[in-house]
Design a binder for this molecule. Structure first.
Ligand code: C5P
Length: 227
């Protein structure tokens, strides 16, 4: 393995809980995802704390707004040192995000179609097409817009890798070791399967955050991937 592909999802309701996990993991994890819940509770102050501790941060905000607002918000994030940021995979949003990021080190990831959406939800939105067709269209648009990568279910990662090309960053949540609790995730793959399907990074939440021994769980997942 050339790099540690694990991003630990800090899905906690307070900075104190998130900090306790980061302390517990120590050097066994270097990349953390801050999503809407923790952001709403602890904001950029906690993101800065992670960055000050030398951690990489994936800010999972899934921006979606008018171009000017997205451009300005992405420019703010780009200044902080955050490494990955998500935006929705609609053309104008992605183009505005690329403008806002300018030449900084921030990498933009597009969310194509939320994995909780099915064909009926798409029809409700006025898109009369199959989920996989909309995913494919948005992957192509993301690459044309200058987006760096995509969030992909591990079950779609191979298809998305083929469309997006070898340079795209593919980040896959919905990953569980065999035998680990699935929580509310329905469509999961093991870490090794997700990597084989073309993932660049795996987002792992509860399997690590709710483990009795989180560092041991990280070591087990890394060994599983290496094996
Ligand atoms: O605990 P678990 O490993 O299921 O956490 C997965 C993380 O990835 C959560 O933060 C969740 O919001 C996020 N995610 C997901 N499925 C998606 C997109 C994001 O599970 N399609």
């Amino acid at each position: 393995m050339t790099h540690n592909p694990l991003i630990i999802a800090l899905d906690f309701e307070s900075a104190a809980e998130a900090r306790a996990l980061v302390d517990r993991l120590g050097d066994s994890a270097g990349f953390y995802k801050v999503g809407m819940e923790l952001y709403a509770a602890a904001g950029m102050q906690f993101v800065r704390e992670l960055l000050d501790r030398g951690k990489d941060v994936f800010l999972d905000m899934k921006f979606y707004d008018i171009g000017e607002t997205v451009r300005r918000a992405v420019a703010q994030v780009a200044r902080t040192g955050v490494r990955f940021l998500t935006v929705h995979g609609s053309g104008p949003v992605m183009r505005a995000a690329v403008e806002g990021r300018a030449a900084g080190p921030l990498k933009l990831l597009a969310v194509t179609v939320l994995t909780s959406f099915d064909e009926e939800d798409l029809r409700d939105l006025g898109y009369p097409c199959a989920v996989s067709d909309l995913v494919a269209l948005r992957v192509r648009k993301a690459m044309q817009s200058g987006i760096d990568g995509l969030v992909a279910s591990p079950l779609e990662a191979a298809q998305i890798r083929a469309l997006a090309g070898p340079e795209a960053i593919l980040v896959t949540p919905g990953v569980r070791s065999a035998g680990a609790g699935r929580g509310d995730q329905k469509r999961v793959a093991t870490p090794a399967e997700a990597m084989r399907a073309g993932a660049s990074y795996l987002v792992i939440g509860r399997q690590v955050t709710r483990a009795a021994d989180p560092p041991a769980e990280v070591a087990r997942i890394l060994a599983e991937i290496a094996g």
